[in-house]
Write a protein that binds this ligand. Structure first.
Ligand code: ATP
Ligand code: MG
Length: 274
């Protein structure tokens, strides 16, 4: 598929990775894109926290990653469709599982997994675990995805997490300079400028939304935010979506225009020479 993307959502503990992963997926399906949301965290399997009443029929991401062979078909059998949506499904560890439930898998498997996924949906969103140094799938997503969204809570714990974790991503292949840094779950009283200055280059922000907090508690994150007070969050989310997906379309259009102009110039020159 052309222009399809793998987006990894990474961040300090409790920064809003799972929440944002779902909100990005929601926005994409509103634009008629197909999406697979990979909830990679094996430490707190997410599916039953966000879709507690959904039948999972042994559709475990862990079983998939450790299976003898992996194919587009085997991935599809593990995809859990999100009720009341079209074109959105989830891959997740299941309730009660952990990183030791299934046999270890290697880096090759992670690579095959992402290559196959790219053929199955318009976009892949990976909700990474914070403990990426033990979790090969999240680490693979940080290396192989087209874009990493790095969520930063505006507090001292986030600074502590990043000072400890970023040195583990020092190799060039992780390309941390290209991360899209987003201050997340920002409340007015928080020291966002201090944290922002500490990391630098933060252009996006997602403010606290009471309605969103309620959606988390009631496991309704796949629904839209309709409260007037969520307007700020919705606008910021749309801005982030533009950075992640639609800027690329605009850049694509500009490139086509430029190529057309070059072609015209070339043809004109040809005509003049004759
Ligand atoms: N913009 C926001 N407005 C209100 N609450 C938010 C916002 N973003 C995140 N939260 C809250 O922060 C908490 C953590 O969110 P979430 O579970 O998505 O984080 P996480 O980074 O996936 O956590 P973990 O590290 O445990 O995987 C939730 O209670 C969620 O409601
Ligand atoms: Mg999470």
């Amino acid at each position: 598929m052309k222009n399809n993307k793998i987006i990894a959502v990474w961040g300090n503990p409790n920064s809003g990775k799972t929440t944002l992963g779902i909100k990005i997926a929601n926005e994409l399906i509103k634009k008629n894109k197909s999406v697979i949301l990979v909830m990679a965290d094996p430490y707190t399997p997410a599916i039953h926290t966000v879709l507690p009443f959904t039948e999972t029929k042994e559709q475990s991401l862990g079983a998939l990653m450790s299976s003898v062979q992996i194919s587009q078909e085997s991935i599809l059998t593990k995809c859990i469709p999100v009720p009341k949506t079209k074109n959105l499904s989830v891959l997740s560890y299941l309730h009660g599982e952990n990183i030791r439930t299934y046999a270890d898998y290697g880096k090759e498997r992670v690579l095959d997994f992402f290559i196959l996924l790219k053929h199955l949906a318009d976009h892949i969103i990976v909700d990474c675990s914070c403990q990426f140094h033990h979790d090969l799938l999240s680490r693979g997503a940080l290396e192989l995805s087209d874009q990493v969204v790095r969520l930063i809570s505006p507090d001292l714990k986030a600074i502590s997490y990043y000072d400890a974790s970023l040195p583990l991503l020092g190799e060039r292949k992780f390309n941390v300079e290209n991360h899209i840094k987003v201050l997340s779950n920002v409340k007015p009283e928080m020291p966002k400028d201090i944290v922002g200055n500490r990391f630098g280059g933060i252009q996006n922000e997602l403010e606290y939304s009471e309605e969103l907090q309620r959606q988390v508690l009631e496991a309704r994150l796949f629904e839209s935010l309709t409260d007037k007070k969520s307007e700020g969050y919705n606008n910021q989310l749309h801005k982030l979506m533009a950075v992640l997906f639609f800027d690329q379309v605009e850049r694509g259009k500009e490139k086509v225009k430029k190529e057309k102009k070059l072609k015209m110039d070339f043809l004109k020159k040809g005509v003049m020479r004759r």
